[in-house]
Structures are given as structure tokens and as C-alpha cells.
Design a protein around this ligand. Structure first.
Ligand SMILES: NC(=O)c1ccc[n+]([C@@H]2O[C@H](COP(=O)([O-])OP(=O)(O)OC[C@H]3O[C@@H](n4cnc5c(N)ncnc54)[C@H](O)[C@@H]3O)[C@@H](O)[C@H]2O)c1
Length: 255
């Protein structure tokens, strides 16, 4: 029996990168999956791919920063799939800048997607799942634990996700909701987010070499490494893991 048979999941930013790998992994393990993304065309492509492969998926349009869109997106997903059991708040963006040169515009853009979006999603997920229980997984980063000079806004948002996750977990536990809330902290993965960020610096190859050098295992993280941690947190195998953080970084934060 697959590990998520009969479960319904929604993954934000599910159309590409880490989110797409999570959708594919959850579907492979038997979950019905709502691929939620601002890029609804790409979300539809992935949902079609999952359905063509004997899975069950729907695409849902969602900008995680828009409070009003959350209710509609969850209504749509639950209308197609049934009541939600698993919510992965994965959508995120990057901006390069240090504590001195980051613009307020960049700061607010990063906070809106990476922190407001996780707050709105977690809150909406709790309200939906509180009578049946479930699992909420928030994608933070190693940069929610350790910082770099060049990702000031991103580091602040991801640290916010880390402790907000714990607050939400404590609230759900003390309320007797049966909802677990945990965070996942990947190191660098070569997705569009990282490629796009690298393309904005004067020496992209030097930037990527510097990033690789931070990884003790000599390779970057892969989308599947993160998806497997999400799968574990989504499944009952992690039933006593709550308010916790799973680091998927090949030793990056052990140094
Ligand atoms: N790639 C890495 O190195 C890395 C490392 C640690 C953590 N993360 C985190 O993993 C998550 C996914 O990152 P990725 O590398 O796959 O990025 P990506 O850019 O490859 O994909 C992000 C997806 O999110 C969607 N998205 C962006 N803004 C959105 C919004 N407002 N509402 C809904 N969807 C939105 C995009 O359309 C895209 O499909 C992010 O939270 C990121 O911070 C990434």
C-alpha cells in the first residue's frame, strides 16, 4: 500500500522546482494532489502529467500573498479532491541584497511571498483541517537557521517561517486539533530560483562555485531530497513529530 493512499494534498508553488517534485512524490504515494501556483498554465501541465501517469491531480490558481484567494483555492481543491489532509506551503522567491543595500521594495516582496504567504496558508489550513487533523509542512531553508551577507530579506523571512511554524504547532497541539505543523530546511538546489538569482550577479559561475563550496558532501541538494522529507512529514510515519524542523542540507549547517 502506498504511504498516502486516500489523502488529499495541496502544494503551493507546485508547478515548478521543489514544489513540482513534491507533487510528483505525494501523487506517487497515492495522494490526490492540488497543484497550486500563480502560473496556472504550468500547474495544469504538471497536473496533466500526474493524471496521465495514473495519479490524481488538479491545478488551482493561487497567489499565496492574496488573502482572498486562499478561500477560493481551498474550496476549489476540496471540491475536486475532498477534504484536505496535507498542506505544503512551498511557494517562495529569492532576492539578493545585504542588510545595507536591500531596498524596501525587495524586502516587502520577499516577506509577502515567503512569510505572509506561509502565514495565510497555515491559518487557512488550520481552519480547514481542525476537525479531522492533518499535516502542514512549511518550506523554510538553511537560511532560516544560518545567515549569509547577500540574502538579508530572504534569511529574515525564512527564520520567520521557522518560528511561526513552531507557534502554529503549539496552538494546534494545545487545541487538540490533531494537526501537526513542521518546517523543512533545504540547502541550495539548482532550480529556476537559484539560476535566476545567480544571473543577477557579475560573476554567476563564481557565485555558484561559492555556493557549492558550502556543501560538505560535494554536491547540491536535489528536489527529490526535499520531496522525500515532505513525504515523511505528510505521512503517519511522522505522527509524533510536531513543531520540528527537518534539515535537508548534506551537512551545510553542521559546520
Ligand atoms: N532552490 C533552493 O536552493 C531552495 C533552497 C531552500 C529553500 N528553498 C525554498 O523552496 C521553495 C521553492 O523554491 P524553488 O527553488 O522550487 O523555486 P522556483 O522558482 O523553482 O519555483 C517556485 C514556484 O513558486 C511559484 N510562485 C512564486 N510566487 C508565488 C506566489 N506568490 N503564489 C503562488 N506560487 C508562487 C512559481 O510560479 C514557481 O512555480 C521556496 O520557498 C524556496 O525559498 C529553495
Amino acid at each position: 500500500m502506498a504511504r498516502l493512499t486516500g489523502r488529499n494534498a495541496l502544494v503551493t508553488g507546485g508547478a515548478r522546482g521543489l514544489g513540482a517534485a513534491q507533487c510528483l512524490t505525494l501523487a506517487r504515494e497515492g495522494a490526490r494532489v492540488a497543484v497550486a501556483d500563480v502560473d496556472v498554465g504550468a500547474a495544469e501541465e504538471l497536473a496533466n502529467r500526474i493524471n496521465a501517469d495514473d495519479g490524481h491531480a488538479v491545478a488551482v490558481a493561487l497567489d499565496v500573498t492574496q488573502e482572498a484567494q486562499w478561500e477560493r483555492a481551498l474550496d476549489e481543491a476540496e471540491g475536486e479532491l475532498g477534504a484536505l489532509d496535507i498542506l505544503v506551503n512551498n511557494a517562495g522567491i529569492a532576492a539578493l541584497g545585504n542588510a545595507e543595500d536591500t531596498t524596501l521594495e525587495d524586502w516587502r516582496r520577499v516577506m509577502a511571498v515567503n512569510l505572509d504567504g506561509v502565514f495565510l496558508g497555515t491559518r487557512a489550513g488550520i481552519r480547514r483541517m481542525k476537525t479531522r487533523g492533518g499535516s502542514i509542512v512549511n518550506i523554510s531553508s538553511v537560511k532560516g537557521i544560518v545567515a549569509d551577507t547577500f540574502t538579508a530579506a530572504y534569511d529574515a523571512a525564512k527564520a520567520g517561517v521557522r518560528n511561526f511554524t513552531k507557534s502554529a504547532a503549539l496552538h494546534c497541539a494545545s487545541s487538540g486539533y490533531g494537526i501537526r505543523v513542521n518546517s523543512v530546511h533545504p540547502s541550495y538546489i539548482m532550480t529556476d530560483m537559484v539560476k535566476d538569482a545567480a544571473s543577477t550577479v557579475p560573476d554567476p559561475d563564481g557565485f555558484l562555485a561559492m555556493v557549492l563550496a558550502k556543501h560538505p558532501m560535494g554536491r547540491l541538494c536535489e528536489p527529490e531530497d526535499v520531496a522525500n522529507a515532505v513525504l515523511f512529514l505528510a505521512s503517519d510515519e511522522s505522527r509524533y513529530i510536531n513543531g520540528s524542523e527537518i534539515v535537508v542540507d548534506g551537512g551545510y549547517t553542521a559546520q
